[in-house]
Write a protein that binds this ligand. Structure first.
Ligand SMILES: NC(=O)c1ccc[n+]([C@@H]2O[C@H](COP(=O)([O-])OP(=O)(O)OC[C@H]3O[C@@H](n4cnc5c(N)ncnc54)[C@H](OP(=O)(O)O)[C@@H]3O)[C@@H](O)[C@H]2O)c1
Length: 336
């Protein structure tokens, strides 16, 4: 049995989803000859550590009851640096001002020769090449399937399943909140403000929704696709971004009369007519990109396989943990 030693830094919806997935999939993983042992978990309050593995059920319970996993003097950075382990799972909040705290956590993990699996877009949207270079310099893997499209496999699809193809372009709906708002405005003729208010009550939109509705979240995901799949060297500032705040029920109804929907589309294209932009676009109602509700979708145009479309849940605790677990397993199969 290969034992893969992990830490989980950030223990909110995603970090706890990873812990639950590890508990649920113990037998499944044993069938693959892999055992995952979590040696440390950290949140803003501190950390819990265990040389033979942290009790994940107890950590989830403690987090729920007292708001923190902390039971030791370790800081999150101590966990990353001082505990001898293989993979740091970073599930800290996305921050596109300076990428912190995830940026420092990831760089320190690489410098201590630990692989990193993350769902945190911020550091990748700002410092992709710096992170990638540091990982390469230290001979470790950097995997981030969960940063784009949650459960929807897109990076690993492009890199592994479509290996040998040239990917010419990717177009997609990469933000479930915007898609939910536009879908309900279309279906019920409601205003942007009305649907946003309801989405906030349902917990689909944040109290400060600007990151989603201004297209910033979609732009960060495009940057990750552009760098990872197209080998570009771009950051968030290179993306041309328009959000959905100016879309009216009237414009949606006019589009509908022509058999069209309006969707917030992120598009990245390689080559002479290279493009990286986020913009509301008309999409025919029967087009593969015409998915509704909180779903995400991506259409990859390839030279050999032709168009490939993938859709799925772009967020959620266990859904995002699914992408993280697949990255952990990929490292486990290759490195151990
Ligand atoms: N939720 C989703 O469906 C989803 C989907 C795809 C990607 N993501 C991304 O995944 C990441 C995590 O999302 P989430 O929904 O799990 O967020 P969350 O519920 O807000 O959890 C974030 C966690 O990070 C911890 N944290 C914050 N600053 C820290 C620091 N300096 N040191 C250690 N821990 C720190 C927080 O600690 P406290 O608990 O003590 O506050 C919390 O446990 C984000 O980058 C998000 O964009 C989320």
């Amino acid at each position: 049995m290969k034992t893969v030693r992990l830490s989980i830094v950030g223990f909110g919806a995603v970090g706890q989803g990873v812990a639950r997935a590890i508990l649920q999939k113990k037998d499944y993983l044993a069938g693959m000859d892999i055992e995952l042992v979590v040696l440390g978990i950290a949140d803003r309050g501190g950390a819990c550590v265990g040389p033979d593995g942290v009790d994940l059920k107890a950590a989830i319970k403690r987090k729920k009851e007292i708001g923190s996993v902390a039971t030791s003097d370790f800081t999150p950075l101590d966990v990353i640096k001082d505990i001898d382990h293989d993979i740091v799972v970073d599930a800290t909040p996305t921050n596109i001002d300076d990428g912190e705290p995830g940026l420092t956590f990831m760089l320190e993990a690489f410098r201590h020769r630990r692989h990193v699996v993350t769902s945190n877009k911020g550091p990748l949207a700002l410092k992709y090449s710096m992170l990638y270079d540091e990982a390469r310099k230290n001979g470790v893997q950097f995997r981030f399937e969960a940063t784009v499209g949650g459960a929807m496999p897109i990076l690993n699809l492009a890199h592994d399943a479509l290996a040998g193809n040239r990917i010419m372009s990717i177009e997609g709906i990469l933000n479930g909140t915007c898609n939910y708002i536009l879908s309900r405005m279309t279906e019920e003729g409601l205003s942007y403000e009305q649907v946003l208010g309801e989405a906030q009550e349902l917990g689909i939109a944040e109290t400060d929704p600007s990151y989603d509705v201004e297209g910033i979240d979609t732009a960060c995901k495009l940057v990750i696709l552009a760098n990872s799949i197209f080998g570009m060297d771009v950051t968030y500032d290179d993306v041309d971004v328009t959000g959905i705040t100016k879309i009216t029920p009237e414009s949606l109804s006019l589009a509908g009369a022509e058999g069209m929907l309006i969707k917030l589309i992120g598009e990245v294209r390689d080559g002479e007519d290279a493009i990286i932009k986020v913009v509301p676009k008309l999409v025919p109602k029967n087009h593969p990109l015409a998915v509704s509700g909180t779903l995400n979708v991506a259409l990859l145009r390839t030279d050999m396989a032709g168009p490939i479309c993938v859709k799925g849940r772009g967020a959620g605790s266990i859904e995002t943990a699914s992408a993280i677990l697949s990255d952990i397993i990929a490292i486990g199969k290759k490195e151990f």
